[in-house]
Design a protein around this ligand. Structure first.
Ligand SMILES: Cc1cc2nc3c(=O)[nH]c(=O)nc-3n(C[C@H](O)[C@H](O)[C@H](O)COP(=O)(O)OP(=O)(O)OC[C@H]3O[C@@H](n4cnc5c(N)ncnc54)[C@H](O)[C@@H]3O)c2cc1C
Length: 436
């Protein structure tokens, strides 16, 4: 009996842990576990990101409504949750700059999208360079979008707190536990953990981040999709730069199809400043160092050549971008020069300390194209969340509510209480807000 569960969530990142948080309030008598291969939650991408609570101005409301909505409501939910638990949350805003005249049109588009996605007049404003210079004299640009409703936090701390709450409500967290095989046996999923022990579940949620595709493939789902991994590296700046700007600075992406490129000037929630991330192609979702990348090089290349990714890696623009990102990984100055364009005061020679890199796993379809949005797939007694990328941490709470509601509505997994109070929020109130 001990090894039989009603639901197992694979992945103790911010998504799997947010799902466990809400499920724990809605299903008091169900047996639910989160399986995480590492010693603690948020060990990978959820604890290795930029730490921004992003306002949804970068997302076309017609194409990315769900993600934009989740980011919009995620902001207020993290603010409320952080206040309740006394966790880091700073409303410090962000500035998006256009370095060239033609970038101003992009800022105008972002302003329109931001407002369509719920931001109000006081949350976001377009400024010309003279107006901005009065507030931020060190920034060089043609125009800027000042987004006031944007914040900073430490997502690892938030995820750990959600785990504590979930555990208090009876959820098991099986840490140091790696899922190595999944098979259907007698109407249940038989999950092999750490290579030998077996546990069983009626329903499985795949929130395995950079390994979500592998888990799906193991369960014979999403065979037409594959993924490529990009390591986002950061450089820490010395204390003398900590007051250089009041706000973090992003720039209009040079390649709109690859918006995760173009490093930013980041002010972290503790006030320290960093430059990053770039996006260096690597061969594993955990390819932080050479030994892991060398180990995974051959298997990943073989898999990519047999899938749609083959087309992507032979695409000329992709090759050029990959080359310039590899250069920016090898040469600190190549990366920092990109930020120097809008913060000319930075001296490359004074920046010597690397920050903590995080890895983004982007899904590629059978045509060799990057899939721009999150992918939600229903399987046999299972649900799979693939391509859960930026601003995934910002939207994790409302997005989890959306997923749990979808499972309930489609009859895949019925909650015991459909209108429970989940900490500071009523479950149905969040759904209502998401559907507005
Ligand atoms: C460089 C970078 C910067 C970013 N900056 C921001 C930002 O500022 N704001 C924002 O909102 N978003 C940001 N994001 C995006 C955000 O961090 C992610 O969308 C989010 O963390 C994804 O969470 P997750 O839970 O899906 O994945 P993960 O955090 O990767 O969690 C998945 C977990 O599953 C576990 N797992 C996988 N396979 C197995 C297995 N077989 N057995 C057991 N456990 C397993 C892993 O160990 C991992 O802990 C950034 C991303 C990157 C890469």
């Amino acid at each position: 009996m001990k090894d039989n569960f009603d639901i197992i969530i694979i992945g103790g990142g911010i998504l799997g842990t947010s799902l466990s948080y809400f499920l724990s309030f809605l299903n008091k008598s169900k047996k639910i576990a989160v399986i995480e291969q590492e010693h603690n939650v948020a060990h990978h991408t959820s604890g290795r990101n930029t730490g921004k609570i992003h306002a949804p101005y970068l997302y076309n409301p017609e194409k990315k409504k769900l993600f934009a909505n989740a980011a919009f409501h995620g902001y207020e939910m993290w603010e409320e949750y952080s206040k309740l638990r006394n966790l880091p949350f700073k409303k410090d805003g962000v500035i998006e700059v256009a370095l060239e005249e033609n970038g101003i049109k992009v800022l105008e588009k972002y302003l329109k999208w931001g407002k369509q996605n719920g931001l109000r007049e006081k949350d976001i404003e377009l400024m010309d360079k003279t107006e901005l210079r009065k507030i931020e004299p060190e920034i060089k640009c043609e125009a800027a979008l000042y987004v006031h409703r944007d914040g900073s936090t430490d997502y690892a701390t938030l995820t750990k707190s959600l785990m504590t709450d979930s555990k208090e409500n009876g959820i098991d967290f099986l840490l140091d536990t790696k899922v190595t095989k999944i098979e259907k046996v007698n109407n249940k999923w038989e999950i092999t953990i750490n290579g030998n022990h077996k546990i069983f579940t009626n329903f499985l949620i795949n929130a395995a981040g950079g390994q979500a595709i592998d888990i799906a493939h193991n369960m014979k789902i999403a065979k037409n999709l594959t993924d490529v991994h990009f390591r986002g590296e950061y450089w820490k700046t010395p204390k003398k730069y900590h007051g250089l700007t009041k706000t973090s600075v992003y720039s209009v992406p040079e390649f709109p199809d690859y918006p995760f490129l173009d490093p930013h000037w980041i002010i972290r929630v503790d006030g320290s400043c960093e430059i990053g991330p770039n996006a260096v192609p690597v061969f594993s979702p955990y390819g932080y160092n050479n030994s892991e990348n060398i180990r995974k090089f051959l298997p990943k290349i073989i898999e990519m050549l047999g899938s749609g990714a083959r087309k992507a890696i032979f695409d000329k623009q992709f090759q050029e971008l990959a080359f310039s990102e590899i250069q920016s990984s090898m040469s600190k100055s190549v990366m920092i020069e990109r930020v120097k364009k809008f913060l000319p005061k930075i001296n490359v020679n004074e920046i010597t300390q690397k920050g903590t890199a995080g890895i983004r796993s982007s899904v590629i379809n059978e045509k060799g194209k990057f899939v721009p949005d999150v992918i939600l797939l229903e399987g046999d007694a299972s649900f799979h969340i693939l391509n859960y990328n930026s601003p995934g941490a910002t939207g994790a709470l409302p997005f989890s509510v959306h997923v749990i509601n979808q499972l309930h509505k489609t009859g895949l997994f019925e909650n015991e209480d459909t209108d429970a109070q989940c900490g500071p929020w009523k479950f149905n109130d969040i759904i209502q807000k998401l559907e507005e």
